[in-house]
Design a protein around this ligand. Structure first.
Ligand SMILES: [Zn+2]
Length: 107
């Protein structure tokens, strides 16, 4: 298994997620436009914020998974399932490089 290649891909993914998260974060917390006085506009804005916040939560979770995969490569247990200790198949790791569970333990 080519760990250097996987590592490069994970690092790239992490950088991509982080820059996306930064943009999302700005969208939520650094609004330049004043809050609209129009009620229906406000409702629309709140709904939009909820979607953006959900996306942000997903991004944070994926970054955590990618970071943990990178740590596991460093520790030398990248291919081992965290739940049962079995070796995760190469095909599975290729499909989901940040997975930490074998096919049997995955939901
Ligand atoms: Zn397992």
């Amino acid at each position: 298994m080519d760990f250097d290649k996987i590592k490069a891909e994970l690092l790239e993914r992490k950088a991509e997620l982080e820059s996306r998260l930064e943009r999302t974060h700005k969208h939520i917390y650094q609004k330049e436009e004043p809050v609209s006085a129009n009620f229906s506009e406000q409702v629309k804005q709140t709904e939009n914020d909820a979607i953006v916040k959900a996306l942000e939560a997903d991004g944070i979770e994926e970054i955590a998974q990618v970071t943990s995969a990178l740590n596991r490569i460093e520790e030398g247990n990248y291919e081992l399932c965290v739940a049962c200790g079995a070796k995760i198949s190469e095909e599975r790791l290729e499909a989901i490089p940040y997975t930490d569970r074998c096919i049997d333990c995955a939901e």
